[in-house]
Design a protein around this ligand. Structure first.
Ligand code: PLP
Length: 472
């Protein structure tokens, strides 16, 4: 493809992207497809090439788009907001267009330094102190894995450069709660911690926040048994019910045992941009690492997961390999982001944040977050007014967890669970809205996650109608 052919095709593609955004509300939220349907529409053999850009666009529209779950749809209330502001999409296009390599500072000085700048802007916008240094990881799952590795090496005094974790000879413990994201357990296992050494700490039965007194007891008993507390992963806004583990208390316990504290604020971290919400993160300054995803509620298109570290030099020591072909001509003057995580090559992800922050601006993000918080509080009040509906967890931010109990099922936990699963399933299958059915205390509940860029109050009114229709 020549640059001139590219220019013409790209204009058409951009028109298609803009039209889709305008039109999104007229589509189904959940696509009407079964597993295998999409793949079956594609030829089994590889293409020979020669398709025109117009043909590709036509196939994108007919073969690909109908199989996309429309998470930008204002009636999408599933999982978490996965906003993709158009300003950040421009940054994504620019990132591809500038076509950097990003394996070292030398391979694209601007890639490294724009990343440093925007990560520090976001630190300031979140009210985090200048003690933090940041990097963009692809996802919060990766950030958690990186934290696990850093913690392992701190707990073992860099066993990896000698006898390794096995040779270290003491059990290394990880602490989290049942509300902790599934990526925590996955990261622990990938980082070489034993499943038997992962401690699931009790939570408050209503908020589901970690019981820090219990944490202290469990850690002390692990130490007494000859183990080493390596890391606590604390949720600041858990995926299920938006639990906020008590960071200050957790930090106090961990300081005693020199255990690493990683704060998983993947979804909720955007709330740190609201000064009136920072109290929910009290104690965060005492942690060792934090991750949060602008690619969720804040609205930067995937994949821009921020990770902040108090002691990046420790991480660099764990991650750096420094083969000769990557040796720097700049000595220690330049940041080498390859030593802050796992991949060598990196995309120019900072452009997505740069575009969004410069075009939309932080104040427009704050206004939207406050709208969503108001909408969630309003929704929770409204649904409680309908017979049989109750909220089953406190509304800490923009997620509302509810359950419906018809009088005929009172006392039958299994039937109530199935009934709630059926409500969410029916609404989702209708294509009119999408909500994640979610498990709480072993039973299905209906979880309404509010925060898509285009979701306004009238969309929530519509959702209430749909939910009421489902329960008759
Ligand atoms: N942690 C929490 C609290 C989340 O809500 C999520 C996403 O659902 C994750 C971690 C994982 O995020 P990512 O997809 O960036 O790995």
């Amino acid at each position: 493809m020549t640059p001139e052919e590219f220019r013409e095709a790209a204009h058409e593609l951009v028109d298609w992207i803009a039209d889709r955004r305008i039109d999104v509300e007229n589509r189904r939220v959940l696509p009407d497809v079964r597993p295998g349907d999409i793949a079956a529409a594609f030829p089994a053999a590889p293409p020979a090439g020669g398709a025109t850009a117009a043909e590709m666009l036509a196939d994108l529209e007919t073969l690909v788009a109908p199989g996309n779950t429309e998470v930008q749809h204002p009636m999408h209330f599933g999982w978490f907001p996965s906003n993709a502001s158009l300003s950040s999409i421009l940054g994504d296009i620019a990132s591809s267009g500038i076509s950097s390599l990003g394996i070292s500072w030398e391979s694209s000085p601007s890639l490294t330094e724009v990343e440093e700048v925007v990560v520090d802007w976001l630190r300031q916008l979140c009210g985090l102190s200048g003690e933090w240094s940041g990097v963009i990881q692809d996802t919060a799952s990766t950030a958690c894995l990186v934290a696990m590795l850093a913690a392992r090496e701190r707990a073992t005094d860099h066993a990896q450069i000698g006898a390794g974790t096995l040779g270290f000879g003491q059990r290394l413990h990880v602490y989290t709660t049942n509300e902790g994201h599934s990526s925590v357990r996955k990261a622990a296992l990938l980082a070489g911690y034993a499943a038997d050494d992962i401690r699931v700490i009790d939570v408050d039965p209503w908020t589901r926040d970690m019981d820090s007194e219990r944490l202290a007891v469990v850690m002390a008993s692990d130490v007494e048994a000859g183990g080493v507390p390596a890391i606590v992963v604390a949720s600041s806004g858990s995926t299920g019910v938006t639990a906020f583990d008590p960071l200050a208390d957790i930090v106090a316990v961990c300081v005693e045992h020199d255990a690493w504290v990683h704060v998983d604020a993947a979804m909720a971290g955007a709330a740190m941009m609201l000064p009136e919400r920072r109290h929910q993160f009290d104690g965060i300054e005492g942690a060792d690492s934090i991750s949060w995803n602008p690619h969720k509620w804040m609205g930067t298109i995937l994949d821009t997961s921020l990770m902040y570290l108090r002691d990046p030099d420790h991480l660099i020591r764990v991650m750096s390999t420094n083969p000769s072909y990557l040796r720097s001509t700049t000595g220690g003057e330049a940041t080498q982001y390859r030593d802050w995580g796992i991949p060598l090559g990196r995309r120019f992800r900072a452009l997505k944040l740069w575009y969004q922050l410069c075009i939309d601006g932080p104040e427009s993000v704050r206004t939207r977050l406050r709208r969503d918080l108001d909408n969630a509080a309003w929704f929770a009040t409204q649904i409680e007014r309908f017979d049989g509906w109750e909220t089953v967890a406190p509304v800490r931010l923009q997620t509302v967890c509810v359950r419906h109990t018809p009088p005929s099922l009172l006392g039958d936990a299994d039937a109530i669970s199935e009934h709630n699963h059926a409500i969410a399933r029916a609404i989702n299958e209708s294509g009119q809205a999408f909500m994640s059915p979610s498990m709480l205390d072993g039973g299905w509940i209906v979880r309404v996650s509010i925060g898509v860029e285009s979701t306004e109050r009238h969309h929530l009114e519509r959702l209430l109608e749909l939910m009421q229709q489902e329960v008759g």
